[in-house]
Design a protein around this ligand. Structure first.
Ligand code: I24
Ligand code: DGL
Length: 263
């Protein structure tokens, strides 16, 4: 299974897939040299995402998961049309889970600026449930907060409260974490929105989608010792320290990759 992301954040999605489907082999590309995608133009994000998909196509994956919400928002449909294997994104999975959960049909989506501007979550939610209302909120301080490593501090609690301030007068019962990094902040976001609101991670829902797809198509792997491979466009040692800390699988196979990729 190929997994692509703007950097290391998509490891939240990769981890959920590994947990649910431990016999699958993951090939992960993180475009760490050009991360973050959140503030970039649609054109750039689409081009970079295509380069990663083409690299994994040339490596022979059986399906592709776009772990990055920003990349899903702008590149999912074109990749689904042109790649020779199924392509899943993180947005539909999160939207579907929210529809199942909500009672009031008022759903908040927290995401990067790029994802919010694209309107992709509204589109996904409304295509499943026309009676739902989506309240999108860009939280541009959250990715830098996670990447600063200070996400457990009092400062973090305060920054999260400030970021969610625009929701003060809104009514909603469900929140979608529409960005790879936000599951790291899940506990604090839950505390900020209170006990009557369900907070859903697109990362976890995407793993269920992958499972359903492979089960239904009888394409599940049976490999007791899968040899995952990780590729980063930027520094391998930095990628290694974050990935090994996060995945807790011991020493990982990590290579530097150049995009566009030459076989
Ligand atoms: N978390 C993320 N990105 C980082 C980070 C982090 N540094 C500390 N932590 N850095 O994303 C991004 C900077 N780039 C520079 C170029 O090379 C790649 C990295 C979220 C990770 C989600 C799995 C905090 C941190 C960590 C380990 C696990 C989780 C985590 F160090 F939040
Ligand atoms: N991976 C991105 C997302 O899920 C967050 C980091 C970035 O902006 O590149 O939207």
């Amino acid at each position: 299974i190929g997994v692509i992301d703007s950097g290391v954040g998509g490891l939240t999605v990769a981890k959920q897939i590994m947990k649910l489907l431990p016999e699958e082999t993951i090939y992960y590309i993180g475009d760490t040299a050009r991360c973050p995608y959140g503030p970039r133009s649609r054109k750039e994000v689409r081009e970079f995402t295509w380069q990663m998909a083409e690299a994994l196509r040339d490596m022979g994956v059986k399906m592709l998961v776009i772990a990055c919400n920003t990349a899903t928002a702008v590149a999912l449909h074109s990749l689904q049309k042109h790649m020779p294997f199924p392509v899943l994104g993180v947005i539909n999975a999160g939207a579907r889970a929210a529809i199942k959960k909500t009672k009031t049909h008022e759903i908040v989506v927290l995401a990067t600026e790029g994802t919010v501007k694209s309107g992709a979550y509204e589109e996904a939610v409304l295509s499943l449930s026309t009676s739902s209302r989506v309240i999108p909120l860009a939280c541009p301080t959250f990715v830098p907060l996670v990447e600063s490593g200070e996400y457990r501090s009092d400062f973090a609690t305060q920054l999260i409260a400030e970021g969610l301030e625009p929701l003060r007068d809104e009514r909603f019962d469900t929140v979608i974490l529409g960005c790879t990094h936000y599951p790291i902040l899940q506990k604090q976001i839950e505390a900020a929105v209170g006990p009557n609101v369900t907070v859903l991670s697109s990362a976890e829902e995407t793993a269920y989608d992958v499972d359903h797809y492979l089960t239904y198509n009888h394409e599940l792997a049976t490999n007791q010792a899968p040899q995952h491979k990780f590729f980063a466009t930027g520094s391998v040692p930095i990628f290694r320290s974050i990935a090994e800390d996060w995945l807790e699988l011991g020493e990982l196979h990590i290579e530097k990759i150049q995009l566009p990729y030459k076989k």
